[in-house]
Design a binder for this molecule. Structure first.
Ligand code: SF4
Length: 177
């Protein structure tokens, strides 16, 4: 068994299929997306929210006593911020201004609740400071946060990006290699 920094299903699958190990533990991957096993079963691997290896969860244990996740605000706040959200009783048209990580997550949640979301971003691409941070080779996996919530088929990456179509933003988290 191996259980250290197996962050994605492709790596886990390879290790098992190649006979390197019989069992894989994916602790942080499950913190980033507790529905990872279900999404494998339901053939929705492209919707798994990836662990991006930022280790905020580990550092947080020592600084705040809580293992929060940089990619999943519900982790560690499960009672107040549930991982699954209910549909809104009255869907609205909503504008989100700013395509940084907070704006992207807000747009995703609003879309999952059934609202019609339009995201406005003045910059040339979505991601905000994450894009800058991901230019560091040690932090390139941070780009996974942007890719995960801004699938090419639904979001424009040009200025004043608009979320299309007028349905829930689909989470697509295909891992970059
Ligand atoms: S904080 Fe970072 S390392 Fe920890 S589970 Fe979340 S994405 Fe993974």
């Amino acid at each position: 068994m191996h259980a250290a920094r197996i962050a994605d299903v492709a790596t886990a699958r390879y290790a098992i299929e190649a006979g390197l190990i019989d069992l894989v533990g994916m602790t942080r991957a499950l913190m980033a997306d507790p529905y990872l096993p279900r999404k494998i079963v339901e053939l929705q691997e492209d919707r798994i929210r990836p662990c991006v290896g930022a280790a905020m969860c580990i550092d947080g244990i020592y600084t705040s006593g809580a293992a929060y996740c940089i990619h999943n605000p519900s982790t560690g706040r499960d009672l107040d911020l549930p991982h699954s959200v209910d549909a809104a009783p009255a869907p609205q048209r909503v504008a989100v201004v700013g395509g940084g990580p907070a704006g992207l997550e807000a747009a995703r949640i609003l879309g999952e609740r059934g609202h019609t979301v339009t995201l406005f971003e003045a910059g040339p691409q979505l991601g905000g400071q994450l894009v800058l941070a991901a230019t560091s080779p040690r932090r390139r996996d941070l780009q996974g946060i942007v890719d995960c919530v801004s699938p090419a088929e639904s979001w424009s990456t040009t200025t004043t990006a608009a979320l299309r179509p007028s349905t829930s933003p689909r989470r697509s988290c295909a891992r970059r290699v």
